[in-house]
Write a new protein. Structure first.
Length: 398
């Protein structure tokens, strides 16, 4: 597929940042809870600092969650379970992302919240009322924040989900994690019911391999190389585990046997038509793979991509156009006219790509480089948000 040195990976991918961040908020209710798995990515470190503040009862200082939307939302709901006045902030990009549905939900539960400049101010007596309606049309994280903080309530809590749901697989992951920690949750249609007095009974939580990062590494192998992943589960709580089936649909060879996944270079990639409503984090890297597939691909179902670390529809389209591919932007995805890497791609002038502070776009651009494209990636360090080790794995090959 290219003339560059083939990529090779053999090892274990770091634990899921989504699971670790969720597990850490549980640990704030039960400090003796042990979490098996660690990550040095920026998002997990920001959540760890916030939980440490809570455990030390250092509640007067501002809680700074960096660039992590999930951490900010979980911490905001966690602080609403404490008595006092709190300030929560993050990067300018993070504070510009939508948080209104959670602010509204926590207000329904009894908190007093308002956004002032670049901070969210919260005043709470630590108690929640018995019912809340939360809008999940832009993110399921707002509902996850409520579920993962519904411990030791004085009365039962009913959570009503409103709006067209997005990425509900991540809410399912939150519910499964809470249940594994000891929570009783009843699901009735679009309503969740959590009895009063729930306590964490688990002593250990184990985080799985981060499937989003695993997909990015697998994509490097698909375009030019091979990868062998150890401790890889056949089934996962993470929606992005679906990448395994997707790369097979593209025409790649991916074999999972006894906990080891082997992915090899695909001589030819096939165009696909894929609904990514439940797996939006796959979009940037998958769009590059579709750009190298023969034929027209359509990736759709994810209008919430515009609210990620960047507008991922626009930034993915921009990258593909730098690669010489025709792209049509949709409100919920892209139509991509792909073709195999060829002599014309070898002759293209060096392009400069700004990932717009988005870690997934850095990964996507490196997939293009490993495939053979001459592209300069600006601010590649943005990948530290989720996988600081990614640059070590790829720089020898691109």
């Amino acid at each position: 597929m290219s003339g560059t040195e083939p990529f090779y990976f053999e090892g274990t991918i770091s634990p899921s940042k989504s699971e670790l961040i969720r597990a850490l908020v549980l640990k704030s209710y039960s400090p003796e809870l042990k979490i098996f798995g660690a990550s040095q990515c920026d998002d997990v470190r920001a959540m760890s600092r916030a939980v440490d503040q809570i455990e030390r009862r250092d509640l007067r200082n501002t809680f700074d969650l960096g660039d992590s939307g999930l951490a900010l939302r979980l911490v905001l709901a966690r602080l609403s379970r404490c008595q006092g006045e709190f300030k929560v902030t993050g990067s300018t990009r993070l504070m510009d992302r939508p948080h209104g549905p959670l602010i509204d939900a926590l207000s329904q539960l009894g908190g007093h919240l308002h956004l002032e400049k670049s901070q969210i101010h919260l005043t709470s007596d630590g108690n929640w009322k018995s019912s809340v309606a939360v809008d999940v049309s832009s993110s399921s994280q707002f509902a996850s924040a409520l579920v993962l903080n519904a411990w030791e309530l004085g009365q039962a809590l009913q959570i009503e989900l409103i709006g067209e749901p997005r990425s509900l697989g991540y809410l399912d992951m939150s519910i499964a994690l809470a249940r594994s920690a000891g929570m009783e949750i009843a699901s009735k249609g679009r309503s969740l019911e959590i009895p009063a007095g729930q306590k964490i009974s688990a002593q250990l939580l184990r985080a799985e391999t981060d499937m989003s990062t695993a997909f990015s590494v697998a994509a490097l192998a698909v375009v030019n190389g091979s990868a062998k992943f150890f401790d890889f589960r056949e089934h996962s709580l993470q929606p992005d585990h679906a990448f395994l089936q997707i790369i097979r649909e593209l025409g790649a060879r991916a074999v999972l046997e006894r906990g080891t996944l082997r992915v090899d270079r695909a001589p030819k990639l096939r165009a696909i038509d894929k609904d990514l409503s439940g797996t939006p984090d796959l979009f940037p890297v998958l769009s590059v793979l579709c750009g190298l597939a023969e034929g027209r691909s359509r990736l759709y179902g994810a209008p919430h991509l515009i609210h990620k670390e960047s507008n991922r529809i626009a930034s993915s389209a921009r990258l593909l156009r730098l690669l010489g591919r025709d792209v049509q932007e949709l409100s919920d995805g892209l139509v991509i006219d792909g073709r195999k890497f060829d002599a014309a791609d070898h002759l293209r002038a060096r392009a400069f790509f700004d990932p717009d502070q988005d870690h997934r776009q850095v990964m996507a651009a490196y997939v293009a480089r490993v495939a053979g494209f001459s592209i300069e990636i600006q601010d590649a360090e943005a990948v530290r948000k989720s996988a600081p080790e990614f640059l070590e794995w790829v720089r020898a090959y691109a």
